[in-house]
Write a protein that binds this ligand. Structure first.
Ligand code: SIN
Ligand code: FE
Length: 292
């Protein structure tokens, strides 16, 4: 299978035929990265000064925005600058939403908003713990925010003003990875899900699915042999481009790049065109048990 599915659209709301939509949805659900090389997110004149790593708070990886509450977090910006960041990220969230609804109309009903992120810091050299280091190959799973089986669908746009691509690595298919790591993962402890929620460590219940996905994420990052020897393909994501990928399914790592916007959506497995392609269904068949 090709890693990339290249789409030539240059607008956020292209109109497409049903059979095209089914084809794009199948590509995405199968683990292809949909790259739109000509779809750029344009900054407005009064947003250009936001292209600086100084707007990061220096602690979190990304500046974060909640499209539902419109709250901006993890930025050093205050007052009018903070409002400008919120407006830019809000515009991006709307563009990303339109794009997903246009290309994957079947998702419209089930789609749920996640956060928007702005990544103004160079990815190569950003210091962090191994578990938080996205330069290492991993599938996405969030320790504090269980998804309870839902899919993690992400839209990224490289807004680098100097023409610098964002360099990613893509790993082997999930079907190769999961059987390699699953035997190393212990079952969740009885009562642990309730305890994590009660102590406020997780927002909502960490289901068995979340447990296995988080372990998979951690074990991949912590396994230096795996990081060095497993097959990886370099993918260069040009400035001025947009890409869409199921990051819970596709092992990815960011090697370098600066200035990126990202929108997360969650999708219930039932809303997929082919639910059997979900990590939930794959793990449930490998483990021969229900995980949510
Ligand atoms: C990630 O989702 O692991 C990071 C991707 C990026 O920042 O380009
Ligand atoms: Fe990731």
């Amino acid at each position: 299978m090709e890693i990339l599915k290249t789409l030539e659209f240059a607008t956020w709301n292209p109109s497409i035929q049903n059979d095209e939509a089914a084809d794009y949805t199948h590509a995405l659900e199968s683990g292809q990265l949909a790259l739109l090389p000509h779809l750029s997110f344009e900054l407005q004149e009064d947003e250009r000064h936001l292209l600086s790593p100084a707007w990061s708070d220096g602690k979190a990886k990304n500046i974060s925005y909640d499209p539902q509450t419109k709250v901006v977090k993890h930025t050093s910006a205050t007052g009018a600058d903070q409002q400008a960041i919120g407006r830019m990220m809000g515009r991006y969230a709307d563009c990303a939403h339109q794009l997903v609804e246009s290309l994957f109309p079947a998702y419209t009903k089930g789609l749920r908003w996640g956060r928007t992120s702005y990544r103004p810091v160079e990815a190569d050299g950003r210091s962090s713990s191994v578990r938080k280091d996205d330069r290492l190959l991993h599938v996405d799973s969030f320790a504090a925010s269980p998804v309870q089986g839902q899919r993690i669908l992400r839209i990224f746009s490289n807004i680098n003003p100097h023409g610098k691509p964002r360099e990613w690595s893509i790993g082997e298919p999930f079907d190769n990875l999961a059987p390699r790591f699953l035997p190393k993962i212990a079952k969740p402890l009885p009562g642990s899900s309730w305890l994590l929620k009660t102590l406020g460590i997780t927002k909502g219940e960490r289901t068995a699915y979340d447990h296995y996905m988080l372990q998979l994420h951690d074990l991949e990052k912590l396994d230096s042999q795996f990081q060095k020897t497993s097959p990886q393909t370099a993918v260069s994501l040009p400035s001025g481009s947009t890409w869409i990928v199921y990051t819970d399914l596709v092992p990815h790592a960011v090697k370098s790049g600066q200035y990126c916007l990202e929108q997360t959506f969650y999708l219930p497995v039932e809303s997929m065109q082919e639910p059997k392609l979900s990590p939930l269904n794959k793990l449930e068949s490998l483990l021969a048990t229900k995980l949510t």
